[in-house]
Write a new protein. Structure first.
Length: 335
């Protein structure tokens, strides 16, 4: 069985092709709008326009990598949410068109669930506490009784958004990633901790907006080195996430921690989790950096799992859901 997956939830337009036997991944083609940004952040309509311009090239590249034609594909999977409306609609429109023209089943995929499933595939994790940290999401998750359950999450800004917004506001970005490392990590080198930054964990949830405000206030006051502000912002934010994840480990008794999402590529964050895991005899498993970012392969893989269990959607009902939560999705392939 071969499934083609389309990702277009935010800054990346990606198409992946997978099969249900080794090698599972046949193709991974993508274009990142972030690399086109000269100033500011993502503008959804501009990103959507960019996706339209590159979509045919990405599709051709994916089919060429897989050495197949569209006729060899058994189903089309598409991320219908969560994400930015204009961006989501590009992927949904292309998926509907391909499904209709080539008479292929259409499979709806939740973007957040896809990050978890590609992580499980590539790390071999079986039943982890999942730490999903990205530009648009920050969640601590565990599987229970047919669904991924959210143990804790951000109440305002996602972790990746916190970092991107801060470095953009102080003029360090774009670009946000340099040589595979986020600008805030490069800025934090040689930094020292500043006391007084808010550390906000409310029950099982975290809040980053106050931390961002404090960091910007310190920067504008000129009372601290930029290296120290970057270091403190990063250390406080990461520690908050680790604390909630540690509570999840203690509560569930699970022995695996799976890091997924774009921020999972941070070596500093990884080391913090490895230190914490030692106290619980748990193993930290990290999705490879290439697949920590948004990509079509994770959509294709999750689509394959869903399609093999009978999940499809009529073309006319394949509408985007910007706030589609992962804990609303029945994970029937893990029952």
């Amino acid at each position: 069985m071969i499934v083609l997956g389309i990702e277009s939830t935010a800054h990346t337009f990606g198409i992946g092709i997978v099969q249900d036997k080794e090698p599972y991944i046949l193709a991974d083609a993508r274009r990142n709008y972030f690399k086109e940004i000269k100033e500011g952040g993502i503008h959804p309509r501009e990103a959507a326009r960019y996706f339209i311009e590159v979509s045919d090239k990405v599709l051709s590249e994916a089919l060429s990598q897989a050495k197949i034609s569209i006729d060899d594909v058994d189903a089309i999977a598409v991320a219908l949410g969560p994400g930015l409306g204009p961006c989501l609609r590009v992927g949904a429109t292309i998926a509907r068109a391909l499904a209709y023209y080539y008479d292929k089943p259409l499979v709806p995929v939740n973007h957040a669930v896809a990050h978890i499933e590609i992580g499980l595939l590539l790390t071999g994790a079986k039943d982890p506490v999942v730490v999903y940290v990205a530009g648009g999401n920050t969640m601590i998750i565990a599987y229970n009784e047919g669904r991924y359950r959210v143990f804790g999450e951000t109440l305002d800004l996602p972790l990746g958004n916190l970092q991107d917004t801060f470095v953009r506001e102080i003029g360090l970005a774009p670009p946000y990633i340099i040589e595979g490392v986020h600008v805030i990590d490069k800025c934090a080198e040689g930094g020292k901790f500043i006391k007084g930054f808010p550390y906000i964990v409310k029950g099982q949830d975290v809040s980053f907006s106050g931390l961002l405000t404090a960091a910007l206030r310190y920067y504008k006051s000129g009372k601290a080195r930029i290296e120290d502000i970057c270091y403190t912002l990063r250390e406080v934010a990461y520690s908050m996430v680790v604390e909630v994840a540690e509570r999840a480990i203690a509560h569930t008794g699970k022995k695996e921690i799976l890091l997924v999402g774009g921020v999972a590529a941070s070596k500093t964050l990884q080391e913090k989790f490895k230190t914490m895991a030692k106290y619980h005899n748990a193993k930290v498993m990290i999705v490879p950096p290439k697949y920590a970012e948004d990509n079509g392969t994770m959509i294709a893989w999750t689509g394959l799992l869903a399609y093999k269990h009978g999940i499809t959607i009529p073309i006319e009902k394949a509408i985007v859901r910007q706030r589609w939560r992962l804990d609303e999705v029945d994970i029937i392939w893990r029952h």
